[in-house]
Design a protein around this ligand. Structure first.
Ligand code: AMP
Ligand code: MG
Length: 693
């Protein structure tokens, strides 16, 4: 029973609340649920974190999912400490001991005082704990540094001696120190363990028989430093949960198997001795394209459903200036830093005053000065008016503006005829966006319009997913490159420029992997050379099951091929496989089929890998300008365009007609079922624009 559906990794913090905006040194939770990485969660303090974890456990239990939760602090202390402290060698006695004594609020806690008391009780005030992090206050029994330090216990737990870079549980402060985290974390674990009694097992103190497992982790063991612009803790918890989620149940069982007697009291660091295996967990599983057995023709929607379910984002997050954000995929929800409009203002040039006026003539004396856009708001007294210009913040005392065209100005007085409603011609603060509103959701591709609202609400930089690197490779002995001389029987490589162009239009980074002939060794060498430089590959040609179909044969050799026989026309089997963790989409060689398969299958799949929300291209029902009878069984895509409000299709359906692709301005999608289309019948037209091209 070692398989887990949900892996949550938590980077704890021993310090105080660091505020509402995601920061380092706060608490971060990385989640992989059913193999799919979720956006890490920022938890600003331990009180927030404890209730978040409790709610998560409740939700996972309710959904029937087994959940592993990792915490990055020591679950136990070196041998002898538990007994000396509590009279009981059981590590849970230490958890409960701390739970009874630690006092914690978002702004203050008693961890250093408690460490001092412990030292006075256990080690004549000279140890085992050291480091007082309070600048202004000395603490009896807790030295600021290690001078005079005497430790009545071992300096390290057994696991700490094996973990490169691990700090000891005795050090209460300083960068990377973990002692405080245990003080402030064990009470939380103690409470959660009692609250979910019978449902939580703690490794390695208990066999992991229950629905929820707590394990001790040390993310730096297997996760390297965060990419530029990303918070280290956020990155590490996300990566670590992905690594663990990527282990097979057997591999996970191996990592959890432990024959170290001390670990029963001291605890143990998950993954020690298995670092290499965890580090090489690919972003996606090798079997991620496996089809359920017995399936012959997979309907298009089912194929799309499988891609959606099996693929997950693979690109790290980076921060870019707003000006470079166009077309990028935002990595987290973006909230307004400022309201729009920030202050109530006038929508027109005119005169501002307080309150509406009934029908009939009115006159108001003018206050001196005027309010123009950019001016700090002034003041207008009751019964007076002020000249205001479009965009100006309303002076205090003003809530209504009359258009200058509707006013007669007479020296220091304005005259006009009512009625005018209170609030007329003004904009309220925040009537568009309130500060803190979500303006873009994670997974959205930034448009030019988005840049406007981002700028207006105070964003100068954006967290975005790094661009997905997509390799494009043509195969086939008959293919020559444009510019080369083509002998009879040879054809020019039409797919590669087309596919590289589509990738660029999708917003990814195209990586040209060139062309190889029908030669398995050359193909292998080319793909090997691309490892580390690409996140996914599109190949064209050689993807069926024939003698010269080397793409499928090569992927088959590595054991990671799935030939998807999708019920779609045009399209041959789509060869899906993995090459060192990167998905390979083996497209048909035929340019028409290659383009249609790219638009229908590769586009949403790559988008998902790039961090985009799953998306279905928007189609429109338009009257057909053609007639066609179609048999049931396969969905069909016809090259089409709109003329005079009707969808016309390319006169020949031949899949060798490369010219039809540029003749067309979109695709008509005919359903899986059999139908007879008559002129004027509605058909689904998906413009190229809906595919982002
Ligand atoms: P295949 O999928 O390798 O059986 O190829 C199917 C058809 O597509 C054959 O007629 C190939 O010559 C053609 N083809 C393959 N690759 C390309 C390419 N890069 N450009 C144009 N046609 C191609
Ligand atoms: Mg071929």
């Amino acid at each position: 029973m070692t398989a887990f559906d949900t892996i949550v990794m938590i980077d704890w913090s021993g310090g105080n609340d660091t505020g509402p905006t995601p920061k380092k040194d706060a608490i971060w939770a990385g989640i992989s649920r059913e193999g799919i990485s979720q956006t890490p969660v920022y938890l600003r303090n331990r009180i927030v974190a404890e209730s978040w974890i409790a709610e998560l456990i409740e939700a996972e239990l309710a959904a029937g999912r087994r959940t592993m939760i990792g915490f990055d602090f020591s679950f136990g202390y070196p041998l002898g400490f538990a007994e000396a402290l509590t009279g009981d060698s059981n590590p849970f006695a230490v958890w409960d001991w701390f739970a009874a004594r630690i006092k914690d609020t978002p702004t203050a806690n008693n961890r250093f005082d408690l460490a001092g008391e412990l030292n006075l009780g256990l080690g004549e005030g000279k140890g085992p704990f050291w480091f007082n992090g309070l600048v202004n206050r000395d603490i009896p029994g807790l030295a600021r540094n290690k001078s005079g330090y005497v430790n009545p216990f071992a300096d390290h737990r057994r696991s700490e001696t094996l973990a490169k870079g691990a700090f000891t549980c005795w050090q209460m402060g300083g960068t990377g120190a973990v002692g405080s985290q245990s003080f402030m974390g064990l009470p939380v674990l103690s409470r959660l363990r009692h609250r979910f009694a019978g449902q939580v097992s703690v490794w390695p103190f208990e066999p992991l028989e229950r629905k929820v497992a707590f394990v001790e982790v040390f993310p730096s063991l297997t996760v390297d430093k965060a990419p530029e612009g990303l918070i280290k803790d956020q990155w590490q918890v996300q990566e670590m949960s992905r690594q663990i989620a990527g282990l097979t149940p057997q591999e996970l069982a191996d990592v959890l198997t432990l024959e170290v007697p001390e670990a029963r009291q001291e605890g143990w660091i998950f993954g020690l001795g298995h670092e290499a295996r965890l580090k090489e967990v690919p972003p996606l599983r090798n079997d991620c394209f496996a089809l359920p057995p017995g399936v012959h023709w997979t309907p298009v929607d089912e194929a799309l459903g499988l891609l959606r379910e099996r693929l997950s984002p693979v690109t790290p997050v980076e921060t870019v200036p707003l000006a470079d954000g166009l077309g990028r995929i935002v990595a987290t929800d973006i909230k307004a830093l400022r309201a729009n409009p920030p202050l109530p203002n006038t929508a027109v040039d005119g005169y501002g005053f307080a309150g509406g006026r009934d029908a009939g003539p009115h006159q108001l004396p003018l206050t001196e000065g005027r309010a123009a856009a950019g001016d700090a708001p002034g003041h207008v007294s009751e019964g007076q008016a002020m000249r205001v210009l479009t965009g100006a913040a309303l002076p205090s005392g003003v809530d209504t503006v009359i258009l200058q065209e509707d006013v007669r100005k007479d020296g220091d007085t304005i005259r006009f005829t009512g009625p005018i409603k209170q609030g007329a011609n003004t904009r309220k603060a925040g009537e568009d966006v309130v500060r803190g509103d979500t303006i873009l959701e994670a997974g959205r591709r930034v448009t030019a319009a988005d840049l406007a609202i981002l700028a207006a609400t105070g964003q100068a930089a954006l967290p975005v997913c790094q661009r997905l690197r997509v390799g494009v490779l043509s195969t086939g002995d008959e293919i020559v490159q444009p510019g080369e001389s083509a002998s009879e029987g040879q054809i020019f490589d039409a797919n590669r420029p087309m596919l590289l162009g589509l990738i660029a239009q999708f917003g990814h980074l195209p990586v040209d992997l060139g062309h190889v002939g029908d030669d398995r060794a050359a193909l292998r060498a080319r793909l090997d050379g691309a490892v580390g430089k690409i996140d996914a590959v599109l190949t064209s040609g050689g993807a069926s099951a024939g003698d010269e179909d080397h793409v499928s044969a090569l992927l088959n050799e590595t054991g990671a091929l799935s030939l998807w026989r999708i019920a779609v026309k045009p399209g041959r089997p789509l060869a899906l496989g993995m090459w060192h963790g990167a998905p390979v989409f083996g497209l048909p060689g035929n340019p028409v089929a290659a383009m249609v398969c790219t638009l229908i299958f590769a586009r949403p799949a790559l988008a998902l890998m790039a961090g985009h929300a799953w998306s279905t291209p928007q189609g429109f029902d338009v009257p057909a300008a053609f007639e066609k009878r179609k048999k049931p069984g396969r969905r069909e895509y016809l090259r089409a365009r709109i003329r005079d409000g009707r969808a016309e299709v390319f006169p020949s359906e031949g899949s060798g007609r490369i010219s039809s692709l540029s003749w067309a301005e979109g695709l008509v999608e005919l359903p899986d079922e059999g139908i007879e289309v008559k002129a004027g019948d509605p058909v689904r037209f998906i413009p190229y624009g809906s595919f982002g091209i």
